[in-house]
Design a protein around this ligand. Sequence first.
Ligand code: CAA
Length: 258
Amino acid sequence: MTEFETILVDTRGKVGWITLNRPDALNALNTQVMHEVVVAASAFDADDGIGAIVVTGSERAFAAGADIKEMEDKSGLDMVMSDHFGGWAQFAAVRTPVIAAVSGYALGGGCELAMMCDIILAADTAKFGQPEITLGVIPGMGGSQRLVRAVGAYKAADLILTGRMMDAAEAERSGLVSRVVPAAELLDEAQKLADGIAAKSLPSLFAAKAVLDAALESSLSEGLRLERHVFASLFDTADQKEGMAAFREKRPPGFENR
Ligand code: CAA
């Protein structure tokens, strides 16, 4: 895989790992990080030996936001013409399930990056927030939209209008985080969770992710129609035959991603 400067990339079993690695800036997300994460995630997505991706940071910070120093002198026109955060849409469009393993700060763009993932696993040290209002701006990588869908309008307004942080327990209660684990166990737990997902049939994982994403964007009737169609289409895969035969024969399935 390509050489990277701001992230570490490796493969553990069928799981692709992307570790944000700008320790001096608490993993602030500058343009280079965005491009590198997109390249790495797209390469994992194109590899059918990879069944899940984990994105993580350091113990101290998942990511403390978009890089303020990179942005501060830009004009509105600069932001528009460069489509400053535009590349992140490619990350959010990855078909492979993505887990955010969050320890420490997940603020601003860091919280928004976690919300582009499918599952957020948090260390008990994790702190989430959208502090952009304290900088005289608002969330710009999807926070105002994804946070409302994740935690509801009123909790999202509380966070976005005050800029306050919420701890891992509150984030779990609010439905942002699926599970909180002791910080020392975060990476092992993320690997276990990802291994469990990656053992499934990739076509069914792609399908599940697509209909879950659609649930956030469509009406109930449209979503149900899409689900019925996608559900039926999986009956043309060899893995559906294998999965159901394995159930009948009381053995584990051997999926081949076809
Ligand atoms: N951008 C650029 N640099 C950052 C950064 C960011 N978002 N967050 C931290 N850093 C840098 C600091 O400037 C500091 O660098 P120097 O040593 O060169 O000064 C280094 O990381 C360590 O940070 P602190 O000394 O501030 O560490 P701390 O422990 O005292 O505080 C913190 C930690 C509370 C997270 C604090 O760093 C902080 O408030 N960071 C900014 C959080 C923020 O506002 N994020 C939103 C950014 S805007 C955004 O994300 C827009 C969007 O929607 C996409």
